[in-house]
Design a protein around this ligand. Structure first.
Ligand code: XMP
Length: 509
């Protein structure tokens, strides 16, 4: 399979570059410049290299640099932002600070003839974010693009297939970004074969041979990553896989049944459902502090998993739904399916395993969802919005009780139903109800009610690090409010949370 190397110099958008390439059905991997040499890059047979941006100045001797021999390795290279400046410096050009002014955000780009800009209009919008600039293109390079403030916004040495752009083609604001990546992949001569059906077939086959005769245990939460991992492993090793699903009683309406329903047919006796609802309620009794609640839930989850694993006896490997952003964030870069044991996700060290299986560790979230669809997992699993491990406990302010859980589950189900069936210009990426610990006066029938206040929360976000509150149509809010107050006798009021993150967080606790 043709692979492009994203050589990472600390860029903010390195993952985005890999995604843009994979979207064009070419496999891309991200490796830090620290972990690679020219010989290794050549030995691995990459079809092309993208040198990423980075926060430094190439003129700072401490900043990331790379062996200039890379430019003569016969591999097409695209340098972006810092990567462009580094290419200029490696090839003998000059880079200088652009004075007090940098160039940030939307900028008008003018391009000239270049293989990289085939199909790109002469003038278009690009996205800039830089302080330094290339002041003199190296010998053999021609200037291929300019912006009002940047005399060399693009350069190339077509004979060596070396290309550099000061702007960021990987961000969607750059009008022809996708075209530019497509052109680069053509220059690299890449076959566009990275498709999920092939990933599924190859991985199932690989897992089948690597895991032959091994017993594998996995903690299944019902979230997208662990569900897809379980389905993939179930297909590969069938009865050698055991999944443990812990119902801690803090799940949404219909959730335990939905997870069991989907996985029982796939895993049969290989699915072990543990009813730990009483245990969690008992442990949470009287606890109101949010952090304390989280700690108790985390600890109890581990104890239940541990006890269940021990009672089932004898497992060789632990499976996890680790995905690529988790791997990159924790600075691990190798791509073996099985690696030596490490203690991740709070799984206790005294549950002994010879190794960890992480079949999705090279995939991004949207790719994981596509694998789920390939495996014919139902939409409600594959397109699931994130749900916190501590579940509804962090959506009930104050003490968690069975009665409060019942109220919240009902209100949450109504809100989700209304959103799911509504037409909306902007759909929220996460939406749920919260049961506050405030009481309010209401009137139902002819009686006064001093009842609960339900808060509705819906956010629009790319990555959940920041989030905007979603402008939900008022008729959807109205229908939700009427239904909740009608269906749940003890609810006096419904309010809508209009706080973005920051300053709020997505969850209330
Ligand atoms: P916050 O509340 O931190 O949430 O803005 C950001 C995203 O993370 C989810 N979240 C969690 N997910 N375990 C999880 O697996 C947790 O303890 C947890 N807390 C928050 C939250 O739902 C949102 O999508």
């Amino acid at each position: 399979m043709d692979t492009v190397l994203v050589l990472d110099f600390g860029g903010q958008y390195s993952q985005l570059i890999a995604r843009r390439i994979r979207e064009q059905h070419v496999y891309a991997v991200i490796e830090s410049f620290r972990q690679m040499t020219v010989d290794e890059i050549v030995a691995r047979g990459y079809r092309g290299i993208v040198m990423t941006g980075g926060p430094n100045s190439v003129n700072d001797p401490e900043s990331p640099h790379f062996d200039p021999a890379l430019l003569n390795a016969g591999i097409p290279i695209l340098g972006i932002c810092y990567g462009a400046q580094l290419m200029a410096q490696m090839a003998g050009g000059t880079v200088a600070a652009a004075g007090a002014e940098g160039e940030y955000g939307r900028t008008q780009l003018t391009v000239r003839q270049s293989m990289l800009f085939r199909g790109v209009e002469e003038t278009s919008i690009c996205w800039m974010s830089h302080r330094d600039r290339i002041t003199e293109a190296p010998e053999g390079f021609g200037i291929t693009a300019t912006t009002p403030q940047c005399g060399c916004a693009g350069m190339s040495d077509e004979s060596r297939k070396l290309y550099a752009v000061q702007f960021h083609p990987e961000v969607t604001h750059t009008r022809y970004g996708t075209q530019i990546f497509s052109n680069f992949l053509d220059i690299c001569g890449c076959d566009r074969q990275w498709v999920m059906s092939r990933f599924v077939a190859d991985t199932v086959e690989r897992l089948r041979s690597e895991l032959k005769g091994k017993r594998v245990l996995m903690a299944l939460s019902g979230g997208v990553d662990s569900s897809v991992t379980a389905a993939l492993l179930g297909k590969a090793i069938g009865s050698d896989l055991t999944c443990v699903f812990v119902d801690h009683g803090l799940l949404r309406k219909g959730e335990p049944e939905a997870v069991e329903d989907v996985f029982r047919s796939r895993l049969g006796d290989g699915l072990v459902c543990v009813d730990a609802r009483e245990r969690f309620l008992r442990e949470l009794s009287g606890v109101t502090d949010p952090e304390k609640k989280r700690k108790i839930i985390g600890e109890q989850f581990i104890r239940v998993f541990e006890e269940t694993a021990n009672s089932l006896g004898g497992f060789d490997l632990l499976a996890q739904g680790t995905i690529y952003p988790d791997v990159i964030e924790s600075g691990k870069g190798d791509s073996a399916v099985i690696k030596s044991h490490h203690n991740v996700g709070g799984i206790p060290a005294d549950v002994k395993f010879d190794g960890i299986v992480e079949p999705l560790r090279d995939l991004f979230k949207d790719e994981v969802r596509r694998v789920g669809l390939e495996l014919e997992l139902p939409d409600h699993i594959v397109k699931r919005q994130p749900f916190p491990g501590p579940g509804l406990a962090v959506r009930i302010t104050g003490e968690v009780t069975r009665e409060k859980l019942d109220i919240l589950r009902e209100a949450d189900a109504i809100f989700r139903e209304e959103i799911d069936s509504a037409e909306m210009a902007v759909r929220p990426d996460q939406y749920f109800a919260v049961l506050t610990d405030t009481s309010a006066v209401g009137v139902k029938g002819d009686s006064r009610l001093y009842g609960s206040v339900i808060a509705l929360r819906a956010v629009t976000t790319e990555d959940f690090m920041t989030a905007d509150w979603t402008r939900i149509p008022v008729d959807v809010l109205e229908r939700t409010s009427v239904r909740i107050t009608n269906a749940i006798p003890t609810v006096a009021r419904v309010v809508y949370d209009i706080t973005s993150k920051p300053p709020a967080t997505v969850e209330w606790e």
